[in-house]
Design a binder for this molecule. Structure first.
Ligand code: SAH
Length: 247
């Protein structure tokens, strides 16, 4: 069901009004559907217990945080790094494999020209389709294909692999990428990085750039109690970057 409005308390607790057919129940009491319906962007409305909420329409990131997650999705800290390192922008044509829940594909589609995403599992393709519809994206193409075996895509600016054996997809990514295009591999474990980079170094079409891991540490700021939050995200994945240099 589509999310119509976002309600946020002064302390940053966020609630989503999914449809405007019923009251919105929160731990701070309920907000009447009529109040939500007649609200304007940025209005301050109150629940039956007088708790205040600011109300506005959801932005892309509000909706993105609510997508279905059946496969392990790539965290935002890593998406941000991939975008920054490869300079993905509104002109970019992206190849993504495998789709999983389509998190990366959807995020990139919100800023790039076009995304084609490969997935071997039909059950995941259904999740991706549902997320694309939920986010109302029009520029993603899903292919039920094995990236190790085939690709008919060309003129790709950035190819991103999040598959168990990324080294098996190097040749296909090479065919799809433009000269100067980037190949990125995202892997959770060290042997995958070793096999990917060692294979890449043997391939004359690519120049290997680097492998990185991004650590995000959130801080708690409460008066003068300012310190790292105790529970932070652990390891997610390593990112290896290469550049396609030949025609
Ligand atoms: N980056 C995704 C998560 C990918 S999970 C996200 O952010 O949501 C890895 C996915 O790759 C799984 O869904 C798996 O089915 C798919 N996969 C594994 N091998 C593949 C292959 N050879 N070709 C295409 N997809 C593959």
């Amino acid at each position: 069901m589509a999310i119509k409005k976002v309600l946020i308390t002064r302390h940053g607790r966020k609630f989503y009004a999914k449809d405007l057919e019923s009251d919105l129940h929160t731990q701070y009491g309920f907000v009447k559907k009529e109040d939500i319906e007649k609200s304007k962007e940025g209005d301050l409305i109150k629940s039956n217990t007088e708790k205040e909420f600011f109300i506005f329409s959801p932005s892309f990131i509000d909706l993105y945080r609510k997508i279905k997650r059946d496969a392990q999705i790539i965290p935002l800290k890593d998406i941000g790094f991939i975008i920054a390192e490869t300079g993905i922008n509104k002109e970019s044509r992206i190849l993504d494999a495998g789709s999983g829940s389509g998190a990366l594909a959807c995020f990139l589609a919100s800023i790039a020209k076009e995304v084609v995403t490969y997935e071997i599992r039909e059950d995941f393709i259904e999740v991706v389709k549902s997320n694309i519809g939920f986010l109302n994206l029009k520029n993603i193409k899903i292919k039920n294909k094995n990236i190790y075996e085939e690709t008919d895509d060309k003129n790709i600016d950035v190819a991103i692999l999040d598959v168990p054996e990324p080294w098996k997809a190097i040749e296909n990514c090479s065919k799809a990428l433009n000269p100067g295009g980037f190949l990125v591999s995202y892997s959770p474990s060290v042997p995958q990085v070793a096999d990917f980079v060692n294979n890449l170094r043997k391939n004359e079409s690519f120049v290997y750039l680097k492998t990185c891991e991004i650590t995000e540490r959130e801080w708690e700021v409460e008066e003068r109690k300012v310190r790292p939050k105790s529970a932070s995200i652990g390891h997610s994945g390593f990112m290896s970057f290469a550049r396609k240099v030949t025609k």
